[in-house]
Design a protein around this ligand. Structure first.
Ligand code: F6R
Ligand code: MG
Ligand code: MG
Length: 365
């Protein structure tokens, strides 16, 4: 059975500040999606949050980029924004960059990751969601999951994975894409995806079967809006087991609290801390950045789950390390590399300050 899994997310208001989502907003989203399920548009859905981001996880048979599904997501965000406005939540409706829906939420603020596939006899799915970071945060984890044998032993010893995976990489600034084959092109691949603020892994495909293995949201809010409006806070769907990496191989990269951009005012590097949905409450210096992971089995499109995968105690060390790294980085205060380089900062007073001091700069000898 062909099924489409769509994860569409937006920050429609934070509680308190940018640290969490309000239960009334989540409840409103649940109401909207329940209605669509009753009417038969959705096969199933799960509403969740990652920090201040509202996450709509939906299964249906409308295919990718369906106007009906995108409109449902948009209308849900609009209704939830109304709730956020009534509660005077912070930044109510901040990710809805347009007043009217025009066929597809892409380019309008919300983040989207969608994949259509034939549901396998056992279809294991892991959905990653992040807060206080940007598209590109998945580059290193996806590389490790699908191309690094030190992470994924299946690439070496499982016959159905030995052909490797293909990586579709987007240049988010120039709006171009390219596909690299792993393992033979990993050096070329890494030249690009090692620069995650510009190049983001959009999708990964199994090279033997051409089946979709992973897809991420790659929209960059600041590039769409031409100004800082909030962080991308991306999502990523990964298929697991069988010809795809096992659940443990999919989760393993997050034992490293990798440094990502997006902490405080979208202008600092911070460690990506793997947490449960409940613990996705970035409070310290508006962070540190968080990643959650929900696991599902699909049954005729029904979302059996979720299991909160980072609830496992084996991620305690990663969380401890993330806190230690956060302490270390915070001691750098306004200095790089805690603060992002000038051209990457989402907030800056540099033009105003430079203008004010223009006359005081004198030429060096
Ligand atoms: C939001 C974020 C926060 C805000 C900060 C200022 O994703 O990263 O650190 O940038 O709280 O928020 P505003 O400008 O909304 O008062
Ligand atoms: Mg926010
Ligand atoms: Mg957010």
């Amino acid at each position: 059975m062909a099924i489409t899994l769509s994860v569409i997310k937006a920050d429609v208001g934070g509680y308190v500040g940018h640290s969490e989502s309000h239960p009334d907003v989540l409840a409103k989203a649940g109401e909207c999606l329940a209605k669509s399920k009753k009417e038969g548009l959705l096969v199933d859905y799960h509403v969740t949050k990652c920090g201040d981001d509202l996450q709509l996880i939906m299964t249906h048979q409308q295919g990718e980029d369906s106007e009906k599904i995108h409109k449902l997501a948009w209308d849900t965000f609009v209704d939830c924004t109304q709730v956020a406005k009534e509660l005077k939540l912070h930044g109510a409706g901040q990710d809805l960059l347009s007043d009217a829906f025009s066929g597809n939420v892409k380019g309008m603020g919300p983040g989207v990751a969608e994949m259509e596939f034939e549901e396998r006899a056992a279809e294991t799915i892991i959905i990653f969601m992040a807060d206080k970071t940007s598209a590109g945060a998945w580059n290193m984890p996806l590389y490790k999951i699908f191309a690094d044998p030190f992470n994924t032993i299946g690439l070496v010893i499982a016959a159905n994975m030995h052909t490797g995976f293909a990586f579709e990489v987007h240049d988010v600034k120039e709006h171009k894409k390219i596909t690299f084959n792993a393992p033979e092109e990993i050096y070329d691949l890494l030249v690009f995806i090692g620069a995650p603020s510009r190049y983001a892994v959009k999708a990964v495909y199994h090279r033997g079967t051409s089946e979709i293995a992973a897809v991420s949201s790659t929209q960059r809010l600041s590039l769409i809006a031409g100004r800082y409006v909030g962080k991308d806070d991306p999502v990523c769907i990964v298929r697991s087991q069988g010809q795809f990496p096992a659940v443990g191989e999919v989760l393993e990269p997050f034992t490293l609290p990798l440094l990502v951009e997006g902490w405080m005012r979208g202008s600092h590097h911070g460690p990506l801390m793997p947490v449960t949905v409940e613990d996705s409450t970035p409070s310290r210096f508006d962070g540190p950045p968080r990643v959650t992971s929900l696991g599902f089995q699909l049954s005729g499109g029904k979302l059996v789950g979720p299991r909160d995968m980072f609830g496992d105690k084996s991620f305690d060390n990663a969380r401890q390390q993330a806190n230690d790294i956060a302490d270390f980085l915070r001691r750098h205060g306004p200095f790089e590399p805690h603060r992002l380089p000038l051209e990457e900062m989402e907030y800056t007073t540099m033009p105003q300050v430079a203008k004010k001091l223009e006359g005081r700069f004198i030429d060096l000898d």
